[in-house]
Write a protein that binds this ligand. Structure first.
Ligand SMILES: [Zn+2]
Length: 247
């Protein structure tokens, strides 16, 4: 059977036996899938940095359609996010967080072009040196939006009326932002600067966003936790590291 060729982004790898790895890929053609990378470990590893998280690669895969586990053939590195990880601890943690987030949201075996293009834009922005705080909130906002979870910014979740400029008040029972008359909202409040950031994020490429988020992290984390019904490993790691650094 001829191999499947696809562009892909590496999400994570696991060790397999003495000399192999299982690699989780977000492919353009088939969505998220797993493949065995034989010879990926050992004294002279095949593939090398092509299997680092968030590497953009071009792969050939062997296996029947719908198989649980493909076999990785060629894996050509197109773009690496690895250099960003060498810049420091914050960047390295951010990269593994982005990969975990994409892994958590991506559908197994189901191509989602918008998610793939989002992932590519993030890898390019990481490589280009865009601040990781901006990219984290950008990626979260878009993954939530593409999966129908981000509350609409422009109209009230209660009465459907337009919302004015300025802050947004989230109301948990309504799963959205509400106007004055549909309040009082349970919270949290997204302040005006973060609302401005979100409007930019939903309208532009990540490298073209000019504003920085201020306090969106906790709000996004809450939406993600509710959607996935679990905490992400990276969230715990980043929290522990922050605690260590503060002493
Ligand atoms: Zn309303």
């Amino acid at each position: 059977m001829p191999p499947i060729s696809s562009d892909a982004i590496v999400l994570r790898t696991f060790k397999l036996g003495e000399s192999s790895k299982i690699v989780v890929l977000l492919t353009r053609e088939r969505g998220k899938l797993r493949a065995v990378a034989k010879g990926a470990r050992g004294a002279r590893p095949r593939y090398q940095s092509a299997l680092e998280p968030l590497s953009e690669v071009r792969v050939s895969l062997y296996g029947r359609q719908g198989t649980e586990l493909y076999r990785l053939g060629e894996c050509e590195l197109i773009r690496s996010a690895f250099r960003a990880g060498e810049r420091g601890l914050d960047e390295a943690l951010a990269l593994s967080y982005f990969a975990e987030l994409l892994d958590a949201f991506a559908q197994e075996g189901e191509a989602e072009d918008a998610v793939y293009r989002l992932a590519l834009a993030i890898v390019a922005a990481v490589d280009g040196g865009t601040e990781t705080g901006v990219l984290g909130r950008y990626l979260e906002a878009w993954l939530l939006k593409l999966h129908g979870i981000y509350p609409p910014l422009d109209h009230c979740a209660g009465c459907d009326g337009p919302l004015p400029d300025g802050e947004r008040r989230y109301h948990r029972p309504a799963h959205g932002f509400v106007c004055e008359s549909c309040g009082p909202a349970s919270g949290p409040v997204v302040d005006a600067p973060d609302h401005d950031f979100l409007r930019e994020a939903f309208a532009r490429a990540p490298t073209a966003v000019t504003r920085s988020p201020v306090a969106l992290e906790a709000f996004h984390r809450d939406l993600i936790r509710t959607h996935l019904e679990r905490d992400l490993h990276s969230h715990r790691v980043m929290r522990d590291v922050a605690r260590e650094i503060r002493g």
